[in-house]
Design a protein around this ligand. Structure first.
Ligand SMILES: NC(=O)c1ccc[n+]([C@@H]2O[C@H](COP(=O)([O-])OP(=O)(O)OC[C@H]3O[C@@H](n4cnc5c(N)ncnc54)[C@H](OP(=O)(O)O)[C@@H]3O)[C@@H](O)[C@H]2O)c1
Length: 268
């Protein structure tokens, strides 16, 4: 029998990409799943897809503390508590810092960092009572600053620092704190990444076909949670990037520049 059978798993951002694949995996394992997103229609379709199982899905804007509280409180009310919280939802940006409106950076921080803080703060007592698991979905950008994505990198660095501190605070509580750093993964994130004015940048030049699938990424995250890993870095390129960054930081600057700029122009 699955270790996740009847466990309550709250996953932010379960309507697209990695979060949606995680929702499907945990439901298949017999977990009681709660998820959220801003788009009502996508949540409704998800509920129709899983009409016969325990799925709690509500609209929520993670940048708003009250919305996060409503998501977590309603999950606890529906299922009696939370065993695993996966802070997955995130947004990205594509603009040089020189050109970007600082509100864009604030918005990315609000969703990626503060959304995780708000949800975890509300869920913490229940997770402590159940000796549960807190997961952060970070990125390679959480270890290596990426040009044109300075706010995104900042939000993921912040996420890791906060989770590491939290892990230490909870060392003797029985709660496990961990994070996963995916590499490039096929999803909707690049289609809705914010441009310098804070509007979704319609088109990305990245080749989605060469990326890890959201389903494979979710399977790796699932296994890491099952094994209670401390952290996990995904994709060969992701692992190589972090190794070079640690051993040869100046070379990493040059290689990262070469990857993200063509003819002096930022690749979007
Ligand atoms: N895909 C990659 O290449 C990649 C690489 C490294 C790390 N990651 C990380 O993986 C996580 C999942 O990303 P993804 O690629 O699966 O993205 P995605 O396909 O764009 O899905 C993002 C999910 O988050 C939700 N969301 C976004 N903003 C929200 C908000 N303000 N409030 C509530 N929900 C919100 C979206 O629903 P609504 O739009 O309806 O709100 C959607 O369900 C993110 O933390 C991302 O940074 C992704």
């Amino acid at each position: 029998m699955s270790v996740f059978k009847d466990k309550v798993v709250a996953i932010t951002g379960g309507t697209d990409g990695i979060g949606k694949a995680l929702v499907q995996l945990f439901i298949a394992e017999g977990a009681k799943v709660a998820t959220c997103g801003r788009n009502y229609d996508k949540l409704y379709s998800l509920q129709l897809e899983h009409a016969s199982v325990m799925l709690h899905a509500i609209t929520c804007d993670l940048s708003k503390q009250q919305d996060c509280k409503r998501f977590i409180d309603s999950t606890i009310k529906t299922f009696g508590g939370i065993d695993i919280l996966i802070n997955n939802a995130g947004i990205s940006m594509r603009s040089l810092f020189q050109d970007v409106d600082v509100e864009v950076i604030r918005k990315v921080m609000d969703v990626n960092f503060f959304g995780s803080v708000y949800c975890t703060k509300t869920a913490l007592q229940s997770i402590i009572e159940r000796k549960g698991i807190i997961v952060g979905i970070s990125s390679i950008a959480g270890y290596r600053g990426l040009p044109g994505r300075s706010g995104y990198s900042a939000s993921k660095f912040a996420l890791l620092g906060w989770l590491e501190a939290l892990r230490t605070e909870l060392l003797h509580s029985g709660v496990h704190v961990m994070w996963v750093s995916p590499g490039y993964t096929t999803s909707n994130i690049r289609n809705v990444a914010l441009n310098n004015e804070g509007n979704p940048e319609a088109e990305s030049l990245m080749d989605e076909d060469k990326m890890m699938s959201a389903e494979d990424c979710a399977r790796e995250i699932f296994k890491a949670i099952e094994q209670k890993k401390r952290s996990l870095v995904l994709t060969g390129t992701g692992k190589r990037t972090l190794l070079i960054n640690r051993l040869f930081p100046s070379l990493a600057d040059k290689l990262t520049y070469k990857f993200f700029f063509k003819g002096g122009q930022l690749i979007k």
